[in-house]
Design a protein around this ligand. Sequence first.
Ligand code: ADP
Ligand code: ZN
Ligand code: ZN
Length: 788
Amino acid sequence: MWVVDPDSQKRLYRSLGNSNTAAFAKSGMHLGVGCCYYPLEMKQLFQDTDRREAPSQEGRAVAVAVNANVWSQYDYLWPEPFGVPAVGRRVRVPFGKSDKPTIGFVTGVSKPTGTRKLKAVAEVLGDGPAFDAKLWQLGNWVSKYYLAPLGMSLAAMIPSALDKTHPRTETVVYLVGERHDWPGNLGGRQKRVLDELYEARRQEVEPLALGELLRHSGASRDTVKRLTNRELIRLETRPIKLPEFPAHQQDDPFELNEDQLSVLSEIEQTLGGGFSCTLLHGVTGSGKTEVYIRLIRKVIQAGLQAIVLAPEIALATQTYQRLLGRLPRVAVLHSGLTDSQRAFHYQQIRDGQASVVVGPRSAVFAPARKLALVIVDEEHEPSYKQDTTPRYHGRDVAVKRASIEAIPVLLGSATPSLESLRNAQLGRYRMLRLPKRVRGLPMPSLHIVKLRQELRRGRIELIGKTLTNRIAAALDRGEQVILLMNRRGYASYVFCPKCDWRLSCDECSRLLVFHQATQLAMCHYCQRTAPVPDRCPACDGKLVFFGYGIQRIDSELARKFPSARVARMDSDTMTSPKQFRQVLEAFREGRLEVLLGTQMVAKGLDFPRVSLVGVVSADTSLAIPDFRASERTFQLVVQVAGRAGRADLPGEVIVQTIYPDEPAIRFASGHDYSGFSAHEIPLRQQAGLPPFTRMVRVIVRHRQLDRAEKGASEFSASLRELLPAESVRIVGPQPAAVMKIRGQFRFQTLLISSRTGVVQDLLFGRMADLCRKCAGQVVVDVDPIGLL
Ligand code: ADP
Ligand code: ZN
Ligand code: ZN
């Protein structure tokens, strides 16, 4: 039996003696069978002493990277009937003590073996390697760059839906005869079934799939059976018809304006010219999507393919709908699809039938073999970062993929990330601009309202007088309102309402954020912590912790506007893409008047009847424990403001804040991206933070506080040994901003280096060893976008 999980590895280590194992690990020696393995640095196999009997050992052995949180790869027997083994084949193997069926990928093939007792590969999936050479290279890069096990990295590239078997046939239902044939004594459900079918006939979409019919009519199988027996309907079994690409409208609804034309022609020139990266900075409503559409059309005309990434499923869906109407053969890939839809789209892309694929970050791995262009819309969005292993950033993988494929990549945003801006300033990316809204529409006017004054009146009202009046006026005019309340839970900050004193960092002059878990206030820049004083040090007044959630706003709205139709949109209320779609649809059709949401409502939405946007508290995102708090606040305010006045109604934005002088808010109110970046970039440089440095965050966690703490300090000590102090600054370990999550205590160490990949180069080959020795569970986050 092979060693499979960290615990049994630890046991094994004890039985082998430590010096021995350390030597194995150091040499990186491969102790598996044979010798013709692919040269992968991470290969370290260890043999357990007590082996179970395995079946006869004919055939070859393969090394498999399993989709599990282990750094080793394992040898398996490749049974003769499976044919010739190849690197990149996707397999199912028995894994672990309980032989759990687990997906894995063949990373190497050995000569035939006769002596070893190995578990055998249980199943070979697909009819060839799961990746072409370029995607294989990309997967290996993800593993190495994000310090994630190879098996998990490769698995993340393929929708798990592909593993399920799909029924090949379905039952469909036809109506027999006409409406006047229906008897009078029909039950309610029977009638509904017939009505559904009648409607389907009228719309020329008869027959209906049985499952769909049952869902829509609420009828049971029994009802259907009764109707069949009465010969009012007829069932038929037929092969499943895969969805077809809908017809699209060819004509463009309008001409591009001059700015769009010049941007388009600049980017067009990069097509076919090898790798290049263009950053398109276009204000909200400047017609970026329109530029994407025309660019993709060029790609399609050349018989090639394009990938379009959007930061979230909801936005991907919106973009998909928009492209569908304008371009042929558009596919979509995301987890909100049914398994068979997903498998269908995946195959369409791989077989070259689809020309464009739209999706959230995972779509960056779409198996487009004739890929000519990758577009990353809203490139600044933190949701491009995956928060489970492999913790990759969709935008950065897109850039890497483009470089491997030698094609151009286009990053678009109204508020480019400082990372991308910096790359443009260094000449790595080319920067193009769309500085104005289309059709000469003005940017919405932005008013800052001091929340402090409204707090003084004793009762704390979060929707202040100005905002309340403006909402009332907009509702009176029959227009729509978007309200943003981006409270991200746990953190709030401390201030004195009487004299405006605030708790801030002496070193960084940044607001300190109070953390429930530690009961301390913390600086997001230097990570220093401080206790919160009992009373205001300046005037001895009572201190206030500011931080309120969206639900409170919801009830305040209900109190103030009892007849308004309001929908709340946050991760508590929106648990599926479908709900999201339904709310947006209701809003678009005017069945809702106010959309109250977290950052979900800030992005990309294009509703012509929205004339008012209210930011209930711009300060909630300033209070996130992260050095990017200011940048996030700026982006959020500018983006949500961009939802107002997108058509013919003039837009107005009310931003409530306690700190109207905060640069992020001041610059956002003037839609002043260059002002903001010119202010923020030197601060980052002085503090030695990204985009001037690269960060790797290591969290060690454990249910027991002492083990987490001990694990973290030992881990950091090993890191200090491995990483040269002159190229990597090591901060920590210290308790993470949210110290306890789901019962686990967390300690973080930050590795900060001035060059890309330094830490990875030094750590990649050591991860197996480091993780094995650690008392807690190790989570590595390369280029973290949040430090919670
Ligand atoms: P962005 O992606 O920059 O926010 P969009 O591409 O969504 O902007 O464009 C905003 C709106 O303006 C959309 O409804 C779009 O159809 C419309 N639009 C885009 N380009 C033009 C144009 N050249 N003339 C008229 N309307 C346009
Ligand atoms: Zn005070
Ligand atoms: Zn500080």
